[in-house]
Design a binder for this molecule. Structure first.
Ligand code: ADP
Ligand code: GN1
Ligand code: MG
Length: 361
């Protein structure tokens, strides 16, 4: 048996898991939660689970968060039992367990024969991922009251993200602002355009629905053999939002030609045929949900999310890397630069006004 970290080893006995523990290891490339894979031997059968330590710096109300996830997974189970995330409740019936330091842990059944792609490799994959998120939207369209908790208030609020960015530039707590002036100037110039969707939400011209809010490509698991989308994961930010943000984060991550943290931003371009495939997949499922006002803003969505994420990465760089984990100096700055390069590539291919007509035909 390979021992895991102490805090995880403490909570495993609180869950009804099958058989004897064989191995535990860190898993996946998510930024926010600490994720582990465990393998159990149940009378010769391998049974796997995913365990996650909830990041309480990011999710301040873990019990509310888990209430949301319990409700959402239960709802998705009624729609498609074979293809929805399944929580394992603790012996005491709660959807989480607490370790000796007060840390919250949850357990999911591992979804076998799937993989999460950090970078999309084909138009077919982009189409599948678009379809999966469109389908997810449909499945949540009849989600029953009461409303879900807002696990991160104002998560995609461009105005507040730019405000935090300006404060970071001004405070410059680790003395990095002087060396990144061109990027500060470039992102600062994006604020008005990046606020278009927010303004439409505030004006009530586009509807607030239940959305995923973190639809980066690696949050859709694909069948290892067929490439078909099997399951949408990472449900921490499922809460009221706009479908445009979900489509936008798909565009940001599924139409890019480089990893989000590529140290050479010149590798990052917008890939038009991936966009067309993604749009096809998404609208195959979600076309009849879209209102005319949402359709009109859909072409702004990818650009909006890429700028918002770039601003968040650059803010974190300026603040001394307190939110996103980094694995090398300048990691967050590299992430910000790829987002800038992606937007510049979108603009240069399509013209700065819109990439709707030229890309969806
Ligand atoms: P984070 O919020 O840190 O991104 P995720 O919930 O996305 O955490 O999980 C991190 C990674 O773990 C995913 O990208 C995926 O590779 C893997 N993963 C999570 N849940 C499952 C599951 N139920 N089955 C298989 N793999 C999973
Ligand atoms: C985080 O959890 P993960 O790695 O899927 C972040 C997203 C960012 C993304 C950038 C709760 O997503 O908003 O787009 O990193 N999630 C949270 O890679 O902040
Ligand atoms: Mg994730």
């Amino acid at each position: 048996m390979t021992p895991g970290p102490n805090d995880l080893m403490q909570v495993l006995p609180q869950f009804p898991l099958s058989g004897t523990l064989h191995e535990v290891r860190p898993y996946g490339s998510g930024h926010i939660n600490r994720t582990y894979l465990s393998m159990y031997n149940d009378q010769g059968q391998l049974v796997r689970y995913i365990h996650q330590r909830i990041n309480e710096q990011v999710f301040r109300q873990p019990e509310q968060l888990m209430e949301n996830i319990q409700r959402v997974t239960a709802h998705l189970q009624t729609k498609n039992p074979g293809r929805a995330l399944r929580l394992v409740s603790a012996f005491d019936g709660r959807p989480y367990a607490i370790d000796a330091e007060g840390g919250y842990w949850r357990t999911y059944h591992y979804i076998e024969n799937t993989r999460a792609c950090d970078m999309i490799e084909s138009d077919a994959q982009a189409q599948e991922i678009g379809r999966a998120i469109g389908h997810f939207q449909r499945q949540l369209a009849d989600f029953p009251a009461p409303p879900l908790h807002e696990t991160i208030p104002n998560f995609h609020n461009a105005r507040l993200r730019f405000q935090a960015f300006r404060q970071a530039v001004h405070a410059d707590p680790v003395g990095r602002a002087a060396s990144v002036q061109p990027e500060i100037a470039w992102f600062s110039a994006q604020e008005d355009r990046t606020s278009l969707i927010l303004k439409a939400v505030e004006a009530g011209t586009i509807p607030v629905r239940i959305t995923h809010n973190d639809t980066k490509a690696n949050n859709v698991l694909l069948d290892q053999n067929t490439g078909e989308a099997v399951c949408v994961i990472d449900l921490d930010t499922v809460m009221p939002g706009t479908l445009l943000y979900d489509f936008g984060d798909l565009v940001r991550t599924a139409t890019s030609t480089a990893l989000e943290d590529d140290p050479d931003a010149s590798n990052m371009e917008f890939h038009p045929s991936r966009y067309r495939a993604l749009y096809r997949g998404f609208t195959e499922e979600a076309a009849d949900l879209l209102t005319p006002a949402e359709r009109e803003l859909l072409p702004e969505a990818g650009r909006t999310l890429a700028v918002i994420m770039g601003v968040r990465f650059l803010t974190d760089y300026l603040m001394g890397d307190t939110y996103y984990p980094i694995h090398r100096p300048g990691h967050n700055f590299d992430r910000a630069r790829t987002q800038k390069a992606l937007v510049e590539s979108m603009d240069s291919r399509i013209g700065s006004s819109s990439y709707s007509d030229s890309t969806t035909r």
